[in-house]
Every structure is written in C-alpha cells, then in structure tokens.
Design a protein around this ligand. Structure first.
Ligand code: AMP
Ligand code: GLY
Length: 421
C-alpha cells in the first residue's frame, strides 16, 4: 500500500501517524511534510498547490491513495486535478470544498435549507457594509468571505473595534482578496464545540467531538490563531446535545450538498456554538481540523485507512468505527509573536526525552538543520497527553510540554480547563 499525504502541519503528522500505527509496513510519502513527519514518511519536496507536479509524482510512484490535509489546495481543486490524472483521492472536490472556501456560499446554503446558524448579511462594497454595521447591535462578528489561515474573523465588542475590523478587511485588505466580500453576522453566545464527521454524500459518520481554543492567550484573550490547543471528548457536554447537533446541522448539510449537486466526500468539520436556543453553525471546514485531529485520531481504534477506503468504495455506512474511552489533550507550543510575525530557525530542545508513553508530539512547524530540530512556523509543536480522563490527559500534556523548549516558546496554560469545572 503506497499512500501520499499532502500538507505540512500537525494535522498531517497525526494523519501519517494514524495510518502508520495501524500497519507499519505501509509506504507513506508526504508533500511537503515537516521534520517530524520525516520520522514516519518519506518527504517529497513539492508544494501543496503544485498540482501538475503532484499528479506526476503520484502517477510515477504508483500511489494507491492520496489524502489531502489543508484547505487551500482543496478550495483550488486538487481533488479534481488528481482524479483527472487517474488517481484515487480522499477529500472533497472543488465544488464541495466551497463550503469552507466561501463563507457566503456556506451561509446561503444553510439559509436555503433552514439549518441553524447566526443571522447574517453579505456585502461586496464597503459603503453598504458600513451602513448596515452602524445599524447593528454590539457585539457583532465580521468575517472575510475567503480563506485567511483561520484569521479572517473578528469578534467585535465595541463599535470602534467593529469599524476598524471592517476597514481592515475591506479597505486595507489585511486578509488579501479573501476580504473582497464580507459577512457581518450576529454574535452567538455559548460553549463552542467542533464535530468532525467522515462524510460520503448523505452518509455521515461523526467522530468523537473536540473543542479548540482559537485566541492566542489564556482566558480567550488576544487575536485568533489557527488553534492553540484542543481536547476530546467533551465530558461537560451531554450526548443529547451532540446528537441534536448531528441531526439538525451535520446530516442536513450533507444532504443539502447532495441536493445541490455537490456531494461531499471527505471530512466535514462543523464549528458550532451551543446557544440557549440549541446548537448553531459558526463555520464549516472541508477537512480535518488542526489541532482537532491531533486529539481525535489518537482516540480512533479503527484503522483510518479502512475508513478512507470504505468512503471511496461507497460503503461508509456499513463499517464499524470504534473510539477509545481515553481522553486526549493537545497543547500547542507556538513561536514568539504568533499569530503575527515570528522568527524561524530556532533550536528546539527536549524532544528526545519524551516517549510515546509520556505524550505524542506532533510537529506543526519544524525543520531539521545540522541534525537537530528547529522552529519553522507559527505553531511549532502539538503535545498530546492521553489519560483516563481529561484531568490526567491534561497533566501529561503539560508535563511533556514543559520539558520541550525553544527561545520565545509560548503556549496557553488553560487548555481544557473548561472541561474540569
Ligand atoms: P471561524 O474562523 O469562523 O471558526 O471563527 C473563529 C472564531 O470566532 C470561532 O471559533 C468563534 O470563537 C468566533 N466566532 C465566529 N463566529 C462567531 C459568532 N457568530 N458568534 C460568536 N463567536 C463567533
Ligand atoms: N482548528 C480550527 C481549524 O482547523 O480550522
């Protein structure tokens, strides 16, 4: 079995780890990967958006299955390109990946099919957006339409902040072309929860839920990041609420995509707010979450490859998918300055002292230089502790995280704290 995983983050490290754990004899390539992934897979020096080169490589190496990690290549049609080259690919085609690639597409879809989400309006010009904004109550949420590395959303708690966010997004182009169009959306209050599901058309097989921590600082302060830490399962959220979210949001959305002629095959990831009126959709992603994957896949007992193959063979509804009762907590170690600019190439110490029994260390942004690991991204490592409950998993994650060091290392100290009260 020859597999090519596309991407370079902690998510892809976790995917490669899960594929390899089930069967160590699998030959795995990763393009372009990172220094941690290189311990399990052969790195291929081709970028995620170099479709022609990826197709050629996969054909020449007789790759049996390609798995796509990140959002950018999915939105740009990588699955269509690889399929046109005769390859077998796990991930949504471009017309289905649009559920993440355009927030306006997603909001309009949910509105059309009566799927719960925040009230909203969409704009393509600044003047009308500003006039609408002036008439709204605060807090309010301003979102760039397109992909912005998880940073295109501003939750505004004052009028000044809202005005500034709108100007930054639409006039100053802080998120580039992603901000040519915006969504202005009602602020939802409640607990957040992510439900990831393996989806093939109308078949939805939910994974165990997880919770992310997007703001960079403790107490959910500071700007949003790609995610500073996660945990799974969510012991403080009743299964009945999770079931309602699946029945009223995830399943109807999968059916809506089929009805629209855009059947979704891949991981559909719903970011939800549990409001006093029940769960409502914040966003959809068309891929595994990062760092949600780092806590969800270690809890998956079934072989991930079997799930991918079942989806591609149209038998996802018939396989058994088993989860461990164990809890997992991921603490992200980030570079100083992230989510703004940050240095690269700083030496990382302590990695060799951590065994898989202490914690799993998934590399998010690392490279190797002169035989040692150095920082190479905003999010550098995801340290995952596992245990009988969240408290034990969390203690193990932080014990290992404290033993890893690089200059300017920053991490939140309150990951999973909400689950303990
Ligand atoms: P997104 O990139 O769409 O996941 O948004 C980033 C974060 O902004 C989410 O994880 C929420 O914490 C917050 N957020 C987005 N939309 C809303 C909303 N309508 N109400 C409250 N918080 C929101
Ligand atoms: N952790 C959020 C995301 O992957 O979009």
């Amino acid at each position: 079995m020859r597999i090519l995983v596309i991407g370079r983050g902690g998510r892809e490290h976790a995917i490669v780890w899960a594929l390899k754990r089930a069967d160590g004899s699998r030959k795995i390539y990763c393009a372009p990967g990172n220094a941690g992934i290189a311990q399990l897979a052969e790195l291929v020096d081709i970028g995620e958006l170099e479709f022609d080169r990826l197709v050629k490589f996969a054909q020449e190496q007789e790759i049996d299955l390609v798995v796509v990690g990140p959002d950018d290549p999915l939105a740009a049609g990588i699955v269509d390109a690889l399929e046109a080259g005769g390859l077998r690919v796990y991930g949504p085609r471009q017309n289905a990946a649009e559920i993440e690639g355009s927030k306006i597409f997603m909001k309009n879809l949910l509105h059309k099919y009566g799927i719960p989400t925040a009230k909203y309006a969409t704009f393509t010009d600044y003047e009308s957006a500003k006039a609408y904004l002036d008439a709204q109550e605060i807090p309010i949420v301003i979102k760039a339409d397109g992909l912005a590395a998880g940073k295109g959303v501003t939750v505004c708690f004052s009028r000044e902040q809202a005005d500034e966010a709108l100007r930054d997004t639409m006039l100053n182009k802080s998120f580039g072309a992603a901000g040519d169009k915006v969504v202005i959306e009602e602020f939802l209050e409640g607990q957040e929860m992510s439900i990831l599901a393996f989806v093939d058309g109308a078949t939805v097989r939910p994974m165990s839920p997880a919770q992310d921590h997007k703001p960079v600082f403790d107490g959910d302060k500071g700007p949003n990041t790609g995610g500073m830490g996660t945990y799974s399962p969510l012991p403080h959220i009743p299964q009945s609420i999770i079931d309602v979210a699946i029945e009223t949001i995830v399943e109807p959305t999968a059916r809506a995509m089929v009805a629209e002629g855009r059947p979704f095959r891949g991981v559909l990831f719903a970011g939800l707010m549990i409001t006093k009126d029940g769960p409502k959709t914040i966003e959809f992603n068309a891929r595994f979450g990062d760092p949600e994957t780092q806590v969800v896949l270690p809890r998956l007992k079934t072989d991930l490859l079997e799930i991918f193959q079942a989806s591609l063979d149209g038998r996802l509804d018939r396989i058994e998918i088993e989860w461990s009762d164990e809890a997992a907590v991921c603490v992200v170690l980030a570079s100083e300055g992230y989510p703004g600019s940050y240095p690269k190439g700083l030496p990382i110490d302590g990695l060799d002292q951590i065994s898989e029994d202490d914690a799993l260390v998934f590399h998010a942004g690392t490279a190797s230089k002169d035989g040692r690991f150095v920082t190479n991204g905003g999010r550098v490592l995801g340290v995952v502790g596992r245990g009988r409950g969240i408290a034990e998993a969390r203690d193990r994650a932080y014990a290992a995280a404290d033993r890893i060091n690089f200059p300017g290392k920053q991490n939140r100290t309150d990951i999973a704290a909400k689950a303990l009260v």
